[in-house]
Design a protein around this ligand. Sequence first.
Ligand SMILES: [Zn+2]
Length: 285
Amino acid sequence: MLLERTEISAEDFQLAVGESLGWSRIPSTWFEVSRQGDTFSFHGRGWGHGVGLCQKGAAAMAAQGPHHARNLAQYFPGAEAADESTGRAWQSFAGDGFVLESLDAGDAAFLPDLNRVRAEATERSGLHAAAPFTVRAFASTPAFRQATVRAGLDRGLHRRELDRYAALAHVGRRQLLAGTMRHEFLHALVEREAGPRAPLWLREGLVEAWGETGGARTPSARPTLTIDGINAALAHSTSDDESEAAHRTAAWYAAQLLTRYGRAQVLDWLRSDVPASVVAALGKR
Ligand SMILES: [Zn+2]
């Protein structure tokens, strides 16, 4: 619209009126103006900016199911979800038991490796997930942090794990992909199975024990850390060395459990809790 020969958008006009005369004067940008002498009449309807996402409509759609892509298409035709920093669109690749989401089409080359370690995770743990996992490959570690810290970190995700997420191509080049992703698939399987009372040392220890190839990192000597000490260090470690020791010791205890009682029994305890007498016996030879 023209105001003293200056063109101004309906949105700016509504903001200016809202700020000076109150926000209920012109509740929406959907209005028409007519003039009779010195009087201006505004006729309109609705509330808000009058374009884009209708909050009530979106809420009603969301209640019918989590189809954010369909919701977006309804209000923003032609829009697609893209990465903030690179502007690239997210693409999905179907794996066996997981979906890989990436900003880089070249990441599809990692599907065979990911399929292999995903199968190994199920084979070693005996755990099957009903629904496929989502593996999201971020452009960089900072991009991953930004996206996840805002949404809240996953249960049990600690600094050591956070540092493992780097660009998939980078991880693949450095031959870290198989070990890292086997570990993460195992975490996902274990966390889906774990009951609310499942101890932290068991969850982390099982992942470490099953994740290792040939148990090379498991110390053969009895560890010095107690179960309480491991839990404390896993929850809030003050150094990488402390965290590393806690992981190693948790793996040792979990491996002892698996050897002594068998996988089926240990999985039962993962769903409930490890009996105190069993934990006490673990510390002794
Ligand atoms: Zn871990």
